[in-house]
Design a protein around this ligand. Structure first.
Ligand code: ATP
Length: 357
């Protein structure tokens, strides 16, 4: 079932929680709503579900306005951060719950329910756990029961609100890969709320980046990561260095150096800010040209395959974060306190009007 979100606005008193939200989710897509705390992700999910009413705008399921449908009629399955399983019920009873509470005329027979639950438990890889109680399961297992329970009623839309938020990092990673596989098998249109950038980029077909109740950018993980629309998205999706400077005739001067500006920049003579990812900064022991900025090495963290360096520019005293491959780090044989030279590359330039962070 496709979902169309048309011009949704939502206020809580004088506070604007969502502003002019427009988004179309085709059938079978897995979309992540990603944004910092308070950006409006949960509010939007609740409006899609029918648990919250928008002040303006509409939600269409398969082209039909949902306004007249109550929560049950929307055929939506939910999974929340806290498993919300019934503690006094076994896994089987939990998963069967949505089927057991149906009106008698729509309720499958006991044996049909049994069969369906067994199928779902094998889908979420919990065969053999039907008789256990939630307290006898790990966090990850409980969350898979919650998902099986949501799927039992054959929802047309699956809504997940930070479903793995309460789990430790390793289990989270496993479960999100697994969720992606499950989605590829079932093709249920799904909306997934997370504040974890890696999780959204890992799992989703498309990512919606929310900030202050507005959509900052919408795109595939590659699009939003490689071509951030504005400084907020650039900063939110990864570590970044800021180099302030001035654009003039296709070149940007940054402190003591001058570099060619990227081709997309056509404004002349204005203040500008270049954003540069830590892995896009070259480090040399000597200035190998006029484009190198002198910087003092303050800190080295050499754990894992990537070495993290923190440096202080000699020209402005600003800090620069750098990530180097271990091999390159060994070649350079650097120690803290040394004076080195850095050169930013792959600059992403924003002029001040865009610059909001
Ligand atoms: P988090 O990641 O922290 O859950 P979120 O992006 O999901 O954040 P929402 O829960 O949608 O954010 O909340 C958006 C804003 O609306 C927040 O500032 C929140 O305080 C406010 N808000 C949410 N629900 C209500 C409510 N019922 N009454 C008043 N304000 C609310």
């Amino acid at each position: 079932m496709s979902i169309e979100i048309v011009n949704i606005n939502k206020q809580f008193g004088t506070f604007t929680a969502l502003k002019d939200i427009n988004l179309t989710i085709p059938t079978g897509e897995l979309v992540a709503l990603l944004g910092p705390s308070g950006s409006g992700k949960t509010t939007l999910l609740r409006i899609i579900a029918g648990l919250e009413v928008a002040d303006e705008g509409s939600i269409l399921f398969h082209g039909e306005d949902t306004a007249k449908r109550n929560v049950q009629e929307r055929q939506v399955g939910f999974v929340f951060q806290h498993y919300a399983l019934f503690k006094h019920m076994t896994v089987l009873e939990n998963v069967a719950f949505g089927l057991n509470v149906r009106p008698r005329s729509l309720r499958p027979s006991k044996s049909q329910i049994q069969e369906k639950v067994q199928k779902l438990l094998s889908l979420v890889r919990l065969e053999g756990m039907a008789g256990r109680y939630p307290s006898q399961l790990s966090g990850g297992q409980r969350q898979r029961v919650a998902l099986a329970r949501a799927l039992a009623v054959e929802p047309q839309v699956l809504l997940l609100d930070e479903p793995f938020g309460a789990l430790d990092a390793k289990v989270r990673k496993e479960l999100r890969r697994w969720l992606r596989q499950l989605h590829d098998e079932l093709h249920i249109t799904s909306v997934f709320v997370t504040h974890d950038q890696e999780e959204a980029l890992d799992v989703a077909d498309r990512v919606v980046i929310l900030n202050n109740g507005r959509i900052e950018q919408l795109g595939t993980p590659e699009e939003v990561y490689d071509h951030p629309a504005n400084p907020f998205v650039y900063d939110f999706l990864g570590n970044v260095n800021l180099f302030r400077g001035r654009l003039h005739k296709g070149r940007i001067s940054i402190g003591s150096i001058e570099l060619a500006a990227p081709e997309y920049v056509n404004t002349v003579d204005t203040q500008a800010v270049s954003f540069v990812r830590p892995y896009n900064i070259e480090v040399e022991r000597e200035a190998k040209g006029p484009e190198f900025i002198p910087a003092r090495l303050l800190f080295i963290r050499a754990v894992g395959p990537v070495v993290h360096l923190e440096l202080k520019r000699e020209d402005t005293d600003e800090l620069v974060e750098v990530e180097l491959g271990k091999e390159r780090f060994r070649q350079l044989a650097l120690a803290t306190g040394e004076l080195v030279f850095v050169k930013p590359k792959d600059l992403k330039i924003f002029i001040p009007e865009d610059y909001v962070i």
